[in-house]
Design a binder for this molecule. Structure first.
Ligand code: CA
Length: 420
């Protein structure tokens, strides 16, 4: 069997992202790797005895409905599996047929059901884009106090809700909540009128840490399994009324979407680069992780129901890049554990909204429309300050060389009307 991979496929020979899938209704979930338009069934390969290196020999890691056990094994196991997969798939680069045991384990990607890649015990969302924090601060508190005094000294975050994280393409009902209408003195309860997205990238914790033992910044890489796209859905009117003094709560925790394929850190190594200069210099526990930015192109698209009906393609409403993030993943991880807070395999740490410096590179509608002051105009003539029922919002991300991509695929949702 010959495998061909389209040049613009996010899942080239160099991506090899992991997820959990069900081959058909009623069949048990298991781990897989995406390659072109196919999914390689890792449980089938494991049963064939393909993973016979020292870290995995004799283990049953992939016939499970979550990647947590594989994540917990640590970098030697991740490196061993990736090297074995690259070896098994090497014929693809030569346009030669793959071995029978590989052909036997391939499933068409369109035919499988993708599930959450891990049991996510804890979810933390950072606030690490300086441009985003400055924009939101300017809108909520005025330009003089845009950046809070602590922002340049530590990666700010809030604890999110792991139970409402969903993977892949979904339908999202408009949430209800309490808010204070403009000019009113008493709050009301009802469907949010300011439903928004946040374009983020998150990473999964592989091997965990022990309670009371900080992970130093130079050890952070050993704990980072891989990355996904994250959409931290936000209801701005609910958020604005509730967020002081303890931060985001019901304006955020009704849903968070992630892309189902986890791109291993090893796949992103060729796209590593230096991030923004940090001034003032961070305190010592946050120092020593230069060149921890990654050149990942990111975009958000919007397609209204009327655009779909007219056959119009989704409109790109934002283009930005992960390399712009001020606080890096090792800094986030080191700071998170600096008080002894524990990390467990499968925990998700997200970046916060990634905004660039120009208005077409902002990672939320709040910023793109400047709080609704400058609505977007769609090709149908419709305008958007925030998301309307029937809108489909999608995020995608990829790294690029001349002849291949290392990509994340897409994470999207269509907005449904609020429940009665
Ligand atoms: Ca966020």
């Amino acid at each position: 069997m010959h495998l061909t991979i389209p040049i613009d496929s996010p899942f080239s020979l160099y991506t090899l992202p992991y997820s959990i899938f069900r081959p058909a209704v009623g069949e048990p979930a298991r781990a897989g790797v995406a390659i072109g338009d196919w999914v390689l069934d890792l449980a089938a390969l494991e049963a064939d005895g393909v993973f016979d290196g020292p870290a995995l020999r004799g283990q049953s890691i992939f016939a499970q409905p979550a990647l947590n056990a594989f994540m917990a094994l640590g970098r030697p196991a991740w490196d061993e599996v990736r090297a074995r997969l690259l070896d098994l798939l090497a014929p693809v680069a030569r346009n030669a047929p793959v071995a029978p045991e590989v052909a036997h384990a391939l499933r068409p990607r369109v035919s499988v059901e993708l599930l959450l890649p891990a049991n996510i015990g804890d979810y933390t969302d950072f606030y690490s884009s300086r441009e985003h924090a400055t924009n939101v601060g300017a809108m909520f508190r005025g330009p003089e106090q845009a950046l809070m005094p602590n922002w340049l000294h530590l990666p700010i975050a809030y604890h999110g809700r792991a139970g409402t994280i969903v993977a892949g393409d979904t339908m999202l009902g408009r949430p209800h909540g309490q808010m204070l209408p403009s000019g009113a003195t008493t709050p009301v309860f009802g469907p949010t009128a300011e439903l928004d997205f946040e374009l983020e990238v998150g990473f999964f914790i592989g091997s965990g840490s022990r309670m009371g033992e900080p992970v130093t910044i130079d050890k952070a890489a050993d704990h980072i399994f891989g990355l996904v796209l994250v959409n931290d859905w936000s209801a701005r009117d609910i958020q604005r009324w509730e967020y002081r003094p303890l931060g985001p709560f019901l304006g955020k925790n009704f849903a968070t979407s992630i892309s189902p394929w986890v791109v291993p850190l090893a796949a992103l190594e060729p796209f590593r680069c230096s991030g923004p200069h940090q001034d003032p210099a961070p305190l010592s526990h946050l120092r020593g992780a230069e060149n921890w930015a990654f050149d990942i192109q990111l975009q958000a698209t919007l397609q209204s129901a009327a655009m779909r009906a007219a056959g119009l393609p989704p409109l790109v409403i934002s283009r930005t890049n992960f390399r712009r993030l001020y606080w890096s993943m090792p800094q986030q991880l080191a700071h998170h554990t600096s008080n002894g807070c524990v990390l467990r395999p499968g925990d998700l740490l997200a970046s916060g909204t990634i905004s660039g410096s120009t208005p077409d590179s902002y990672g939320s509608l709040l910023e793109l429309t400047w709080g609704g002051e400058r609505p977007l105009v769609l090709p149908t003539g419709e305008t958007r300050s925030f998301l309307e029922d029937g809108d489909r919002l999608a995020l995608s991300g990829w790294c690029e060389r001349d002849d291949y991509r290392v990509g994340f695929g897409e994470v999207a949702a269509e907005i449904l009307p609020a429940r009665d």
